[in-house]
Design a protein around this ligand. Sequence first.
Ligand code: ADP
Length: 391
Amino acid sequence: GKGIAVFTSGGDSPGMNAAVRAVVRMGIYLGCKVFFIKEGYQGMVDGGGNIEEANWSSVSSIIHKGGTVIGSARCADFRERAGRLKAAKNLVDRGITNLVVIGGDGSLTGANLFRQEWPSLLDELLSTKQISAEQREKYKHLHIAGMVGSIDNDFCGTDMTIGTDSALHRIIEAIDAIVSTAYSHQRTFIMEVMGRHCGCYLSPCASTYVISTGFKCFHPWVAKFIILFKMDNDHPALDVVQSLLESLPDCVGPDEDVFSDSQERSAGQRLNIIIVAEGAIDRDGEPITAEKVKQVVVDNLKQDTRITVLGHVQRGGSPSAFDRVLGCRMGAEAVMALMEATPETEACVVSLDGNQAVRLPLMECVERTKAVAKAMADKQWEKAVQLRGRS
Ligand code: ADP
């Protein structure tokens, strides 16, 4: 059977284990020899015990666990040809010519580069007598199938990345928790949610916060930041937020409905919570930090104001049902893609399109993702939306 190796790379996300499990079991079911590579590319470069054959039971009892049981790492060595040469040798030694990479766009870019370089890496291994001519011929094609594991939903081509749904659940739980304490006091709470460079990618999540927590959202589509709030519509803090928003990029305007929700007003809403996406910037490209927002609120309202930074709490914990199912489906599809690959088949990324698992050209998606990030950095918001497409 074919030799397949699965590894997780870059930031971890809930649901990666479900994907690893599916790859192992689907691979074994189809008669392949399946390997784990531990600690991402570092394990591939270092070899030894980092590359281990998996069996049916080695993925038992992992589907409900957060993070990745086979470890993930950033690996400087793999960025250099010398590191990739070592990795190639380790794979050939074990008869592995199929890789399933679960990671972000960096990890997928590395995999694609590795695939492009593969013939020349094998030539070098042959000329330095590290592999035989027979091995050179037998293992001449490397096939790659990728999946995106990230809580940021930051990849073009897929409607959802593995981990986003779980992170949303975590954020919602945290918001609910803050809401109950905020109800009890005349305080303003500012919550910072993760999403580093990717307010844009977080925005589909923002729509979800809005629906699932009843928050109001300024510009639920694309922005380098998201500010959500829930407070009395007559509350003076609204003016503060309003003026804050006026200093923000052009594409962002307050939702007209926000100020005209009379039902909520007459109900005497006393919540005063502002959610700021990490990575928010203003019109001049200056960061809008939770601290800055706090200062605006304190200066204008003289109100006791507290900041909660969710940080890695959003990334941890057990995966949601959705992410478990997504990981399983993507993992099985990735193995199918490798089974059906011909020497001409390009590296693919397994994606969710509506309710369908689809295979898309890996590099096209990576390039589009990078182009979106660049458009955002250049403050070309409309271009970013266009490039991003519906997902
Ligand atoms: P993510 O996959 O989450 O985007 P990184 O960008 O940190 O995370 O990438 C994870 C790892 O993938 C890096 O530590 C490196 O080993 C490898 N990698 C990323 N980009 C490249 C590249 N251009 N060439 C080779 N390897 C890369």
